[in-house]
Design a binder for this molecule. Structure first.
Ligand code: ADP
Length: 373
């Protein structure tokens, strides 16, 4: 039995709909009729219904407002709107306000009425399930982030102790240890350093999006200069060139923006080819309301089958294993970009180089005229 609330003040229309339902299956539908919005709201508060058939022009409410107010009280009960022949636009707006379907008076048949009611009920059930899954997903995402934060934060202290005492041991008693003893101790120190870097990177990852600071406007030319100075100790000795020109301003805070460019540029230097000097080129082109950035290098490149997976947490390619790193850098980049509503991907050719593309929300269409290399 399907319980229907019919909200219709025109007695002839109400009678016709009742007859249509009876024609299809008298036993299947339990119809409650009311003639005003207030009466509908009263019914909805007092009784559960599976679907509402709602006329938009009632004595106490006209047009879209009727849907909005009834929807507020009806919650998850699906609404099928009844409209006149010329109300197609209002019907579309009603769908945007939460109605599941609409029927045009004068064109309704018993079959189309029942189909629309069943469709509305089924669609609402699917929507409810989807919302439930989304809720569970965002809850477990939050828990995971909280877990990553606590683990990475709380591990720092004991790790620092292991590192400190191992170094003290080496410093005070190193001479008394034999070759093997020294070797073991060196391993402990190296592993502790690596773990410290891992927990630091994990903490950065877990903290993205947690800042309560308002989002400010940043000038990307200044950001590149900051990154260049942060990476000075690897840029200068390796004679790396960094080329950029007239980069725009974006709606991203300085901290994450520096992190993003720095991770990409550091990788360009780290995964370079021995036989060529590293050249990094950064460009930006407008794309809809955002900017499409490209950070291009002439390094070792990435095989096409790996271009997606390198953004996964802890993923490192075979060529990288001999070089320092935690495999979290690109996951951090992806989280920063996606937090700002953008996308990140890479196009690359082995032994030619890689270009990392990402989009960020712009600020007007302004570019700042600066160039550097
Ligand atoms: P990490 O550099 O710490 O290993 P990332 O998440 O920054 O971690 O990078 C993941 C992997 O992607 C690297 O280990 C490397 O194999 C590959 N990679 C990243 N950037 C480049 C690049 N510019 N050129 C070639 N390979 C790269």
């Amino acid at each position: 039995m399907i319980s229907i609330l019919l909200v219709e003040d025109n007695l002839a229309d109400a009678h016709l709909l009742t007859r249509f339902l009876a024609k299809v299956d008298r036993e299947k539908f339990n119809l409650t009729k009311v003639e005003s919005k207030q009466a509908a709201i009263r019914e909805l508060i007092e009784h559960p219904f599976q679907v509402i058939l709602l006329d938009l022009s009632l004595p106490d409410s006209q047009g879209l407002n009727t849907v909005v107010e009834v929807h507020q009280v009806a919650g998850k009960t699906p609404i099928v709107v009844l409209t006149g022949l010329n109300d197609q636009q209002v019907a579309m707006a009603a769908l945007r306000e939460g109605a599941q379907d609409y029927l045009v008076k004068g064109e309704i048949s018993p079959d189309s009425l029942v189909r629309s009611l069943n469709y509305a009920i089924e669609r609402q059930q699917i929507l409810d399930k989807l919302q439930e899954v989304n809720l569970q997903l965002s809850r477990s995402n939050k828990e995971l982030e909280q877990f990553a934060y606590v683990v990475s934060h709380d591990l720092q202290q004991p790790l620092q102790s292991i590192l400190g005492f191992s170094q003290l041991l080496m410093y005070k008693y190193g001479e008394t240890l034999d070759h093997q003893g020294k070797h073991y101790l060196e391993h402990i120190v190296a592993a502790s350093h690596r773990m410290r870097q891992l927990t630091k990177d994990l903490l950065i990852y877990a903290q993205i999006g947690k800042s309560i600071e308002a989002i400010e406007i940043s000038d990307c030319n200044q950001i590149i200069e900051i990154v260049k100075s942060n990476l000075e100790t690897i840029i200068l000795p390796n004679k790396v060139t960094v080329e950029y020109q007239d980069l725009p301003q974006v709606k991203v805070n300085k901290g994450p923006l520096v992190q993003l460019f720095q991770n990409l540029m550091e990788n360009s230097i780290k995964y370079s080819r021995k036989e060529v000097k590293t050249a990094i080129k950064i460009t930006a082109t407008p794309k809809n309301n955002s900017w499409l950035f490209a950070v291009k290098d002439n390094g070792m490149g990435i095989a096409s089958e790996d271009c997606k997976c390198i953004f996964e947490m802890f993923k490192r390619l075979a060529e990288a294993k001999s070089l320092p790193g935690t495999g979290i850098g690109l996951a951090i980049c992806q989280k920063i970009v996606e937090y700002h509503g953008g996308e990140i991907w890479v196009e690359s050719q082995i032994n030619q180089g890689s270009t990392f593309y990402f989009t960020l929300p712009g600020y007007g269409s302004s570019r700042t005229t600066t160039s550097n290399s």
